[in-house]
Ligand binder design. Structure first.
Ligand code: PLP
Length: 281
C-alpha cells in the first residue's frame, strides 16, 4: 500500500491510481522482470548507484533487454522524490521505493513509493526467530519477479511467528533469507555463504565495508545448517531492516547476542547516518 500520491512510469510522473499492470502484458504474468527496493529517509535516497547497478545486472542475467540508461533511471527517481516533496507538508520524505522493470517488446519501468514498515525494536535487542525451508533460488545473483517460493517461505515464517525463513540448499547449506542476506559470526570473523549462491545485497556490501574498517575479518564459506552451533551467533542484513541478530533457527537457540555483533550493529547505524546515502569504495 502506498500513502503517496504519485509514481513514475517509464519516466513519466502519474497519479498513484494509475500504477497498474496491463493484463495483456504476458511477461508480467510469467514473472519476466527484475526489481529493487530502496530506502529514502528524511529526503535521502540510500545507495541509489548500487541499486540501479544491481537492477541492470539482474536484467542482464535474465536477458531482459531495455533501452534505459542508469543516469536516466536515477533522474526518474530524483524527479519522483522532488514531486513527492513539493506535494508534501513535510519536506523530508521517508518512504521505500520499489523499482520494477518488466520485460517485453515495450519494457515497463515503474518507480513506486511505498510506506516504510519499521520493525519492532525488540528484534534488535532480543534477536529474531527464524525457520528453515528447502529452496534454491533460480539465478541467485539476480533479483527477479520469480517470487513464488519466497512468498510461500515467508508466509510459513509468519505463520510460525518468525521474522524470516532461511533457505537451505540441496547440500544442507544455509544460503540466505527470503529477503535478507545471512551471516554467521565467531569472535571477530564474519562468515558469508559464497557470493555465487546468493544475492549480493547492498546492505551486505556496505556492512562488509564497515566491518573491515572496524577490524572484522570476512570469510566466504559454505555454512551447513548442522553446524550453526559452532558459531557465536548469526544475523541477517537487508535494506529495510539493516543488521538483525538471529536468536533462533528452528529449534536451535543462541545463548545471547555477542558484544562483537552489537558493536558491528552500532558501527553500521553510525555509518548510515554519516553516509548521507552515498557509498563509494
Ligand atoms: N537476499 C535476497 C534473496 C533478497 O531478496 C534481498 C532483498 O530483497 C536481500 C538478500 C537483501 O538485499 P539488500 O541488502 O540489497 O536489501
Amino acid at each position: 500500500m502506498s500513502d503517496f500520491k504519485y509514481f513514475s512510469k517509464n519516466g513519466q510522473i502519474l497519479p498513484i491510481e494509475q500504477a497498474t499492470i496491463p493484463l495483456e502484458n504476458v511477461e508480467y504474468s510469467y514473472g519476466f522482470g527484475v526489481y529493487e527496493t530502496m530506502k529514502v529517509r528524511n529526503g535521502v535516497v540510500y545507495f541509489v548507484d548500487q541499486h540501479v547497478n544491481r537492477l541492470f545486472k539482474s536484467s542482464e542475467i535474465i536477458e531482459l533487454i531495455h533501452s534505459y540508461s542508469k543516469e536516466q533511471i536515477k533522474g526518474y527517481i530524483e524527479d519522483l522524490i522532488n514531486k513527492l516533496r513539493s506535494e508534501s507538508e513535510n519536506a523530508e520524505i521517508s518512504c521505500n521505493i520499489k523499482m520494477l522493470l518488466i520485460g517485453g517488446r515495450e519494457p515497463l519501468l515503474f518507480i513506486i513509493p511505498l510506506s516504510p514498515l519499521f520493525p519492532d525494536r525488540k528484534l534488535y535487542s532480543q534477536g529474531a526467530k527464524t525457520i528453515t525451508v528447502h529452496n534454491e533460488r533460480l539465478l541467485p545473483n539476480a533479483k527477479t519477479l520469480n517470487m513464488f517460493p519466497s512468498y510461500m517461505a515467508y508466509k510459513k515464517a509468519k505463520e510460525n511467528g518468525c521474522y524470516d525463513a532461511l533457505y537451505i540448499d540441496s547440500q544442507g547449506y544455509i544460503t540466505e533469507g527470503t529477503r535478507t542476506n545471512f551471516f554467521a559470526i565467531k569472535g571477530s570473523t564474519l562468515f558469508s555463504p559464497p557470493l555465487d549462491k546468493i544475492l549480493e545485497g547492498v546492505t551486505r556490501t556496505t556492512m562488509i565495508h564497515v566491518a573491515r574498517k572496524h577490524g572484522f575479518e570476512i570469510q566466504e564459506k559454505d555454512i551447513p545448517l548442522s553446524e550453526i552451533d559452532q558459531y557465536d551467533d548469526s544475523f541477517l542484513t537487508s535494506t529495510s531492516t539493516r543488521i538483525v541478530p538471529i536468536r533462533q533457527i528452528d529449534d536451535f537457540i543462541y545463548a545471547e547476542i555477542p558484544e562483537k555483533l552489537k558493536e558491528l550493529m552500532a558501527a553500521y547505524d553510525a555509518f548510515l547516518k554519516e553516509s548521507n546515502g552515498i557509498f563509494v569504495v
